[in-house]
Design a binder for this molecule. Sequence first.
Ligand code: PYC
Length: 315
Amino acid sequence: MHVIDSHTEGEPTRLILAGGPDLGSGPLAARRKIFARNHDWFRTASICEPRGSDATVGALLCDPTDATCAAGLIFFNNAGYLGMCGHASIGAAVSLHHLGRIGLGLHRFETPVGIVSVMLTDPHTATIENVASYRLHEGISLAVPGQGLVSGDVAWGGNWFFLSADLPCALESRNIPSLSSAASAIKEALGAQGITGREGAAIDHVEFFGPAHSAGAHGRNFVLCPGGAYDRSPCGTGTSAKLACLAATGDLLPGEVWVQESIIGSRFNAQYKRGENGQVIPSITGRAFVCGESTLHFDPDDPFADGIPSALALS
Ligand code: PYC
């Protein structure tokens, strides 16, 4: 299996170039179902330990069904499958450019939740125009064991998010373990109390937000991804969900720039334009760097050939 690794503002992406499972040529959402049903071992084998890490997001490069798209991408992590992934779309664009497969300029990628466009402005910088994003619920009060009542919004940014400014501790990198366990308790409480996204979809990302630490940024976040890893980047879909909430309250106007800082201090520049039915179309700009290109080996005698699922994904 041939892969290229990059990180986008600190968050790793492994783009699978060749050697993936045959998923047919249907719509990407259908191919993702076939992937999950028949080839899930491939997900853990390619991105979990010992070949990857809990933080690694996989992007399987597929032929798009839409001829205007440069590529199809199916995203996955240590716990399962993602709808869209902002940082990995930026990572994939930079990696495909590094390989000489796409040039600078505008490209379209097909994903299981829709088409996104990517403007590669230099070999490291890309702006994705994400799928339409919106706030579904405002100011939900959630009873969370050990934390009391936590208030937050539910929003779609290509994945489902619960966004809260009720912080269990300061948004500092030294607090990542406490932020992770508080966010994970919130996720469990959402499930237990039947609070979901549209059509009963699980809210599988939790985002805390608060004031920025560095000059020029507008906010800092901490995002817990499904599977228990935190996003090292400001999270493309999480920033999109945040823009949808800011647009809903009138705190950010179309075209105004929102600089989102991550828990490790990396940044995305974000803005939105109005979409249909009160939705917003977010644009997220970030930098990615290629950090490796390799061939993964799968020895039939290796007891961990299919990867070691993360303890959190198992719990
Ligand atoms: O950038 O959208 C994102 C993302 C989702 C999960 C990890 N990163």
